[in-house]
Design a binder for this molecule. Structure first.
Ligand SMILES: Cc1cc2nc3c(=O)[nH]c(=O)nc-3n(C[C@H](O)[C@H](O)[C@H](O)COP(=O)(O)OP(=O)(O)OC[C@H]3O[C@@H](n4cnc5c(N)ncnc54)[C@H](O)[C@@H]3O)c2cc1C
Length: 381
């Protein structure tokens, strides 16, 4: 087994840097390659929900732009909104260029080799081909971790992307007047009903707002027009902004996330939460799980594969399946969502906030005896 690295990680987003950090701390020889130099812009709301903090093994407060202790959830079709206030932050707001760079530096500090502006062009078993400028070369490793996002090469060569649903989202970073900023600066806001199967959001950063829209039925709606309408609805008249569109991968239809020696994590695997569509925390968690499996198995890829799939099942997939059940109720059945908001809105929003901050789970919400949501589940099935 004469390889240059134990593990090569493709992609230095939060998932890749999370894996790299844990692997290098355990003494493995790790390289992380990214087609971009860092810091680099990433289209993202940059909201790290409190539930995800436990997966980040160091203090990242130096890159937090704002903390939000208030969540406002609204359904415009039934004209209801609920404001949930907490003493501790519900969401920590980051800019992804700063946050991702910070995580990458943490990995480099513990010995990870970083190769910026190295694009992976093909993967064949233990060998990956890279292009840096006009130069092509190869690197070998026992393990390859696919952390290169929704449309990266690892999910394409494994054809895993075919098993995943892609949700299009559109986002802008918007400077607003001091008066408008003051109105939105404390609250993380989610507006359902601006589109049949989706929502709009406002995340307040240090000096600007991150605003976006997404839809589960993109073909029916023009996200650009929807975003314009959403801004009008919020009473925001600025029009000097750049739109960033991308897709969020959810609902992988498989229990297998390893192809030969390629271990898929984060967006490459399709691990975003199907309700909140947050994927920073799940990419960091899946990165750690992949590292744990590899550390446990040492150089035995078959053992690492079994371990990774098994750990994912208990630590992530079970929750995502319950979340997917709720997501269907909220996004595929607007009438049920309206009914819930009208009659159980306050309780539902409180429960959702408890899940976001990690005091409750989707599975406990749906399986606790006597829980009203369990009754709704019975009504549907
Ligand atoms: C509009 C929008 C808003 C979002 N808002 C939020 C939010 O507020 N909160 C939240 O938790 N999640 C949010 N998400 C989801 C979140 O951005 C992703 O789930 C998260 O970035 C996944 O992290 P990752 O490490 O798996 O991949 P990524 O962050 O996508 O990183 C992949 C890396 O791989 C590199 N790469 C790709 N191809 C190659 C190649 N061939 N060779 C070398 N390197 C390569 C890329 O340059 C990139 O650096 C949002 C997504 C979108 C689209």
């Amino acid at each position: 087994m004469n390889k240059e690295f134990d593990v090569i990680i493709v992609g230095a987003g939060p998932g890749g840097s999370s894996s790299a950090y844990h692997l290098a701390r355990a003494g493995l020889k790790v390289a992380i390659v990214d087609k971009s130099n860092f810091p680099r812009y990433k289209s993202c709301g940059g909201g790290i929900i409190a539930r995800s903090n436990k997966y980040i093994p160091y203090d990242y407060s130096e890159v937090v732009q704002n903390y939000s202790c208030e969540a406002l959830l609204a359904d415009l079709t039934v004209n209801k909104e609920f404001l949930i206030e907490k003493e501790a932050p519900i969401v920590s707001m980051v800019m992804r260029d700063e946050f991702d760079h910070f995580m990458l530096k943490k990995a480099i500090e513990v010995g990870v080799v970083f190769l910026p502006e190295h694009k992976v062009t093909s993967i064949a078993k233990n060998e990956i081909s890279l292009r840096e400028g006009k130069n092509d070369f190869k690197l070998s490793a026992i393990y390859i971790i696919g952390a290169d996002g929704a449309f990266g090469i690892t999910t394409r060569v494994t054809e895993h992307y075919k098993l995943v649903t892609q949700i299009p989202a559109l986002e802008i970073e918007l400077k607003v007047s001091a008066e408008v900023f003051a109105k939105f600066s404390k609250t993380t806001r989610f507006d359902f009903g601006i589109v049949e199967n989706g929502y709009g959001w406002v995340f307040p950063k240090r000096e600007h707002l991150s605003i976006g829209v997404l839809s589960f039925t993109p073909n029916k709606f023009n996200l650009n027009a929807l975003l314009d309408d959403y801004l009008k609805l919020l009473g925001i008249n600025e029009n000097n902004y750049k739109r960033h569109g991308f897709k969020i991968p959810i609902l992988p239809q498989t229990n297998n996330f390893v192809y030969d020696n390629i271990f898929l994590i984060g967006d490459a695997a399709g691990f975003a939460d199907p309700i909140t569509l947050e994927g920073i925390g799940t990419s960091i968690l899946s990165g750690k799980i992949a590292a744990d499996a590899i550390i446990f198995a040492e150089h035995d890829v078959t053992v690492a594969k079994e371990r990774y799939n098994a750990l994912l099942e208990t630590q992530l997939l079970k929750e995502l399946r319950y979340a997917s059940f709720l997501a269907r109720m909220i996004y595929n059945y607007p009438r049920i969502r309206k009914l819930l908001f009208s009659h159980l809105g306050e309780v539902l929003c409180r429960q959702m906030t408890e899940i976001i901050i990690g005091n409750q789970t989707y599975s406990s919400l749906l399986t606790k005896p006597g829980n009203y949501l369990r009754l709704i589940k019975r009504l549907i099935y």
